[in-house]
Design a protein around this ligand. Structure first.
Ligand code: HEC
Length: 371
C-alpha cells in the first residue's frame, strides 16, 4: 500500500528543502558531541509490550527493522537521533519536514510520502512506543553485527529489464467504504466456477464482500450488518480478513470468512494466558447460503473458531480451499487457514508460536482445518 501526494506539493516541498538546507536543525547525534546527555528509554516488559502493540497497530504497515519499505527501516534509530527529535517527528512529521529539518526533509525526498501524524498519542503511549523501538532497534543492530560474513544482498547483479509491457485496464471501481484514506481496502478476489459460468467476488477489509458483474459490484454479505461485534480497526490488517467458497458451493452453499472482533468479545477456543494482554480476536465463520445460485445473499452462520491474538497484525490473513483439488483428491473440501504469529514474537512470547495445541505457528501455516 502506498500513499501518494500530488506532484505539485512534492515540488513545493523540494523547493522548501533547498531553502532550509543550510540550517542544522535536526536531531542527529553528532559523533563530536561527546557531552550529549544520554536519553533514557523505558525497558520494562510491560511498557515494551504496550509499545509493541502500538507499533503493530500504527506503524508496522510501513516500518520494520530489517529493510526500507513504505517508510525507512527503524533499526538503530534511537542511536541516530535524540529522543526529543523522535517524539516531535512521530507527533507531526509533516510539521518537521515543512519546517526544514534536514533529516526529515531528506527522508521525505527519499520516500516521497508523508508519514501520518500521531498527535493523539499520550506521553505514556510515546514512552512505551519508544521503549519498544529502542529495544528492537538496538537488538537488531547487535544481532546483525554478530552475523559476521552474513550475506546482505544475495543477488548483487542488477536485474536486466525485459521488453515485456504490462498494459493495465480499469475494469471496475469498488465503492468507498470509509470517509478517510484508505477509502476502501480491497484484499482478495475469487473467481467461482459455476455451471452457468464464472462468478467473481471481491472482499473489502472494511467489511463488505461484493459480487462483481461486468463493471459494477453488488453487496453480498456485509459483515458489519451480519455480525454485531465486527470491527475493522485498528491496524491495516483488521476486518474481513479473507473468504472462500466450498468447492461444492453450488450444491451445499457453504462459504467461509475470517474477521476481527474486540478482545474478550467471547471466550476464545485458543485463549491467551491471563497474564497477557489480548489485542483482538480472529474468528472463522461458516455461512450456509440458502440459494447458492442467487446474487442476493441470504443464509445462516456458524462460528467455527475464535482465537485470541496479542497484537493487531498477523492474524488470519488467508482462508482457502485448494482450488486445484479434484473430488478424488485427499484434500478436496479441506479448508486451509493462514495464521500469523499474532504479534507474539515482537511481544517476546515466542513460546506461543510453534506449539501444536495452539492454532498458530505449528510449522505449517497452511494446516488443513478439517473436512
Ligand atoms: C503510512 C506509512 C507510515 C506509517 C503508518 C508510519 N510511518 Fe514512520 N515514516 C514513514 C515515512 C514515509 C517516513 C519518512 C519520512 C516522511 O517521508 O514522512 C517515516 C519516517 C519515520 C521515522 C524517522 C526515521 C529516521 O531514520 O529518522 C520514524 C522514527 C518513524 N517513521 C516512526 C514511526 C512510528 C513510531 C510510527 C507509528 C506510530 C510510524 N512511523 C508510522 C511512513 C510511515
Amino acid at each position: 500500500m502506498s500513499f501518494f501526494i500530488p506532484k505539485g506539493h512534492f515540488l513545493t516541498l523540494l523547493g522548501l528543502s533547498f531553502a532550509f538546507f543550510s540550517c542544522k536543525s535536526n536531531g542527529e547525534k553528532d559523533m563530536a558531541d561527546t557531552g550529549d546527555r544520554v536519553d533514557t528509554y523505558r525497558q520494562d516488559e510491560l511498557s515494551v509490550q504496550e509499545g509493541m502493540q502500538l507499533f503493530n497497530t500504527h506503524c508496522a504497515s510501513c516500518h520494520d527493522f530489517n529493510s526500507n519499505n513504505i517508510g525507512p527501516s527503524l533499526a538503530g534509530v534511537t542511536g541516530k537521533v535524540d529522543k526529543a527529535w523522535l517524539i516531535d517527528f512521530i507527533k507531526n512529521p509533516k510539521n518537521k519536514i515543512v519546517a526544514g529539518d534536514v533529516r526529515a526533509v531528506r527522508l521525505y525526498e527519499t520516500y516521497g510520502t508523508y508519514m501520518p501524524a500521531f498527535e493523539h498519542f499520550s506521553q505514556d503511549d510515546l514512552e512505551g512506543l519508544l521503549g519498544f523501538l529502542h529495544k528492537y532497534s538496538e537488538a537488531e543492530k547487535k544481532s546483525k553485527r554478530k552475523r559476521s560474513g552474513a550475506i546482505t544482498d544475495p543477488i548483487p547483479e542488477k536485474i536486466t529489464q525485459s521488453n515485456l509491457l504490462l498494459v493495465l485496464e480499469e475494469v471496475l471501481q469498488v465503492p468507498a467504504s470509509a470517509d478517510h484514506h484508505p477509502k476502501a481496502r480491497i484484499n482478495k478476489f475469487v473467481a467461482l466456477p459455476t455451471p452457468e459460468g464464472e462468478r467473481q467476488f471481491i472482499a473489502d477489509l472494511n467489511g463488505t464482500l461484493y459480487e462483481a458483474k461486468e463493471s459494477t459490484v453488488t453487496s453480498y454479505p456485509d459483515m458489519a450488518v451480519e455480525l454485531p461485534n465486527f470491527i475493522n480497526v485498528p491496524g491495516f490488517g483488521t476486518g474481513l480478513g479473507s473468504f472462500d467458497f466450498h468447492p461444492n458451493f453450488d450444491e451445499n452453499g457453504l462459504l467461509y470468512t475470517t474477521h476481527t472482533e474486540p478482545a474478550h468479545t467471547r471466550k476464545a477456543d485458543f485463549p491467551l494466558p491471563d497474564s497477557l494482554k489480548v489485542g483482538l480476536q480472529w474468528i472463522l465463520t461458516e455461512w450456509k447460503v440458502e440459494d447458492p445460485l442467487s446474487s442476493r445473499f441470504k443464509g445462516s452462520k456458524r462460528e467455527l473458531l475464535r482465537v485470541d491474538m496479542m497484537g493487531t497484525s498477523h492474524g488470519f490473513q488467508e482462508v482457502s480451499f485448494n482450488s486445484m483439488a479434484k473430488k478424488e483428491d485427499t484434500d478436496y473440501g479441506y479448508l486451509y487457514l493462514g495464521v500469523g504469529d499474532g504479534g507474539a514474537i515482537y511481544a517476546d512470547q515466542p513460546q506461543l508460536v510453534g506449539q501444536k495445541d495452539r492454532d498458530m505457528g505449528n510449522g505449517n501455516p497452511n494446516r488443513p482445518f478439517g473436512k
